[in-house]
Design a protein around this ligand. Structure first.
Ligand SMILES: Nc1ncnc2c1ncn2[C@@H]1O[C@H](COP(=O)(O)OP(=O)(O)OP(=O)(O)O)[C@@H](O)[C@H]1O
Length: 283
């Protein structure tokens, strides 16, 4: 269980996230959504202690995340950050092997079990054939899948992903998020694609101008009214194979102007404990 309450965090004294909270329990896939610059990455980085909040608390199973160090933190949380790049001349297999480090003592070498875990992780993301390639020679989508494989090899029970579908073609976008859901680990994922969020997330946390304006199931959060207020876009809800999906069209300016949300409008009450969106997870 990862929990954040009343988190305020920013850069150089400027707060970009204020009073934000979320809770993700075992098996939950919590989607962090919101417009560009709304604070999703900043909030996510606070969850894995890369940023220290000015106020509020982040805990993993009731232990402050700020108190976890090194391998202990890495055994609890695996991260795929945005724009992770490496020009180091390491092979894909060696990069994924690094995910095993938290399970080894400082001087212990990797053993057969580690290499098996690497092969299994690469197979799960469809990248087994890339094992001997230099990581720096891969395409953006191939790199993304390899980074996810590294988190699988890490076998942490919390997974934090920042736009993991970036660079992936449509098939792998779905395969990756379906895989994430099947892992059964506590997941928080930043997503821009609201239809992927609707399909694969159990709970959504919608940020606007650094504040949580809604928390709930995809069905509760992805309402045309709220999306219009936050994104200034028109959205129509349709159901495809039992799953909520959205069809967007630009706001032509007709009708009411978008309501600014910077004041912290709460369209759907932000609940401390997200509910599982039963039935809305159309795998
Ligand atoms: N290292 C930094 N130093 C100063 N300001 C930053 C830094 N990183 C982000 N910001 C600012 O914080 C705000 C929130 O950025 P953040 O990346 O968290 O938003 P986001 O919702 O993830 O955006 P996007 O959807 O565009 O990726 C933005 O105004 C951004 O310019």
């Amino acid at each position: 269980m990862i929990s954040a309450s009343d988190v305020s965090v920013g850069y150089d004294g400027r707060m970009v996230v204020e009073g934000a909270g979320l809770r993700a329990g075992p098996g939950d896939v919590v989607g962090l959504i919101g417009p560009n610059g709304s604070g999703k990455t900043t909030f996510l980085r606070t969850l894995y202690a890369a940023l220290r909040p000015r106020a509020g608390l982040v805990t993993i199973d009731d232990r402050p995340v700020a108190g976890l160090r090194g391998n202990e933190l890495a055994r609890r949380i695996a991260v795929v950050a945005q724009e992770t790049s490496s020009d180091l001349p390491v092979t894909v297999a060696d990069l994924v092997l690094l995910g095993r480090s938290p399970h080894r003592g400082a001087l212990a070498s990797f053993d057969r079990e580690d290499h098996r875990a690497v092969a299994a992780a690469l197979t799960r993301v469809g990248a087994r054939h890339l094992a001997d390639r230099g990581y720096h020679t891969l395409s953006g989508g191939e790199k993304q899948r390899v980074l996810v494989a590294r988190t699988l090899a890490q076998q942490a029970d919390h997974l934090l992903l920042d736009e993991p579908t970036n660079h992936l073609d449509i098939r792998y976008q779905h395969e990756l998020l379906r895989l994430v859901g099947q892992l059964g680990v506590t997941t928080v994922v930043v997503l821009h694609d609201l239809n992927l969020a609707a399909r694969y997330c159990t709970t959504l946390v919608l940020l606007a101008a650094g504040r949580v304006v809604a928390t709930g199931t995809p069905d509760e959060v992805l309402t045309p009214d709220l999306l219009h207020r936050v994104y200034e876009i028109r959205a129509e809800r349709v159901t495809v194979n039992g799953c909520l999906q959205l069809v967007f069209s630009p706001d032509d300016g007709a009708g009411s102007a978008a309501v600014p949300v910077a004041s912290g409008l709460t369209a759907v009450p932000a609940r401390p404990g997200p509910r599982r969106a039963r039935g809305s997870r159309g795998r």
